[in-house]
Design a protein. Structure first.
Length: 481
RNA sequence: GGGGCUGUGGGGUAGCCUGGUAGCCUUUCAGGUUUGGGACCUGACGACCCCGGUUCAAAUCCGGGCAGCCCCA
């Protein structure tokens, strides 16, 4: 095998997506998969630096909307999880339990948090007293443990993952729904407008809710193999939990009332996967400007130009995060390496350009080289920095939109799903009675009803694509992870 | 959840069928020559997933475990 094929990405993203993703994770040093517990991985600097920035954007956005940060314990007593029955039966099969300390058995088993509603709410009952305390908006960044699937995948589905969870209490159901809508807006502002990941927010069918929720809303992003991957979800948990945990407040009328809960869970490590998948190409990664671990790298092709590299670095480091590649590699190797690593801008310093007072800039958004004068570097870089993520988003949106197809019946649906598309059709109901049609789809096509859109208010007429009943909703159908 | 495949230096592999000397490429490290799209020379470090069994002898055969990949539900 030639050197080139061993060191770079060899799998084609659109032909062999699984292999491509595994190679990118390993060759771009995003994670080391050799840790000896199934479904657990070591996150390496190149992903951690980007995810730190992602956390930062998400947290700042939440704080601006009034969420206050907390750090809760990683452990939750068994009795807390038992307080709400649906929640318990939904999560119990996935819980890692701690049952002893040293040689002694614990009086009560402790769960490694699979999600933290039952930790937050018991404190809510101590903190919330009056309608004046509401809405009570919190969040934390946390690692989460779920023993949930045999088919673990790095970043996409691990048994430990990193997320933000918000937990809020509201006076009324109406306010809770308002919060859900705000969460969807947050998702758009951060995941789409900054990270460049297109998605659709669905209300999930009744049979596919978060355990303990009355309504579940979740964003689906798309992978090149035609499967959707669930991204942030937000839930209306109604009053079941506040009754179980006694989260009451005194209302204006002097009466004690149970509050209405919502929670929202953007999983940073999984969103990172979608960033990689959405923007990456056959050469490797492509980071949006805002979250690139390093935004610009300077490659002095001749060591004589090292001083010039330092001078340029000083000039531009006020506007970008920049490093110089002094390594003793040949230029071609450096070019390929930094393109694989997804650095947005590379500045090549060579003697030929230098004589003419010019430098070559490679921009990874367009995969194009341009030659500019040394004097205009700052201007040029700040211009590219403004365009960069927009270019990635434009391209990602176009790909996404082309993968949704309207279908009339199960035959067309099957064809669309086989082609790796998301099917859109009329459907009888996403309430309990629609599950029969959903099962028909799952059994025959292997795809799932992902739900209905809140942002798409079209009148529905005609019959369900599966049964003879009158259609009441438009649903989207896709294969999923 | 069911099934299949795989596990050899940091990475990729040969050897396994037919038991007996662990070979190659690459990375890394040291030194030198190089540098406009994956350079080269010299030298060095470094491995048979774990536990048990069969055997004079196990990377190789058998059993179990752990881990990874793929397919199906």
């Amino acid at each position: 095998m030639s050197k080139k094929s061993e060191e770079g990405i060899t799998a084609k993203k659109n032909e062999n997506f699984s292999e491509w993703f595994t190679q990118v994770v390993q060759k771009c040093e995003l994670a080391d998969l050799r840790y000896n517990i199934k479904g657990f991985l070591v996150f390496q600097p190149w992903s951690v630096l980007a995810m730190e920035k992602m956390y930062d954007y998400m947290e700042k956005n939440l704080q601006k909307k009034g969420h206050k940060p907390y750090w809760f314990p990683t452990l939750i007593p068994e009795s807390n999880l038992k307080k709400e029955s649906e929640h318990l039966s939904g999560f119990t099969p996935e819980v890692f339990w701690i049952s002893s300390s040293g040689k002694d058995k614990l009086d009560e088993p402790l769960a490694l948090r699979p999600t933290s509603e039952t930790a937050f709410y018991q404190m809510f009952s101590l903190w919330i007293r009056s309608y004046k305390d509401l809405p009570f908006k919190t969040y934390q960044r946390a690692n989460i443990f779920r023993y949930d699937t045999k088919a673990t995948r790095p970043f996409l589905r691990s048994r430990e993952f990193h997320w933000i969870e918000t937990h809020c209490a509201h006076e009324s159901e109406k306010n809770a729904l308002q919060q859900v809508k705000e969460d969807m807006k947050t998702t758009k502002e951060v995941m789409h407008d900054i990270f460049g990941v297109p998605f659709i927010f669905f209300e999930r069918p009744q049979w596919d809710k978060f355990p303990g929720a009355s309504r579940t809303f979740a964003a689906d992003a798309l992978n090149p193999d035609g499967k959707v991957i669930q991204q942030p979800s937000t839930h209306m948990i109604s009053q079941e939990f506040s009754k179980a945990f006694d989260v009451k407040f005194k209302d204006k009328d002097g009466k004690d009332k149970y509050s209405f809960m919502t929670c929202y869970g953007p999983a940073i490590s999984r969103i990172f996967a979608s960033v990689v998948i959405t923007h990456g190409d056959d050469k490797g990664l492509k980071f949006p400007w805002e979250i690139a671990p390093i935004q610009t790298v300077i490659v002095p092709i001749d060591a004589k130009l090292n001083k010039k590299a330092e001078k340029i670095k000083k000039e531009i480091e006020k506007i970008v995060n920049v490093e110089i590649d002094y390594s003793d590699k040949r230029p071609g190797e450096k070019f390929n390496y930094w393109e694989m690593k997804g650095i947005p801008i590379r500045i090549d310093l060579g003697l030929q350009d230098s004589k003419k007072g010019k430098v070559t800039i490679f921009r990874r958004d367009l995969d194009k080289k341009i030659v500019v004068s040394e004097k205009s570097i700052v201007k040029e870089i700040s211009k590219i920095s403004r365009e960069f993520t927009k270019n990635l988003i434009k391209k990602a949106d176009r790909v996404f939109d082309n993968r949704i197809k309207e279908v009339k019946d199960i035959k067309e649906m099957e064809k669309a799903i086989k082609e790796g598309l998301v099917a859109k059709c009329r459907f009888c109901s996403t309430q309990a009675d629609g599950i029969k049609c959903a099962e028909v789809i799952e059994k025959n096509i292997g795809a799932e009803v992902r739900g209905t859109r809140l942002d798409e208010k079209t009148k529905v007429s005609g019959k369900c694509a599966i049964c003879d009943k009158k259609a009441s909703v438009i649903v989207y159908i896709a294969k999923s992870y």
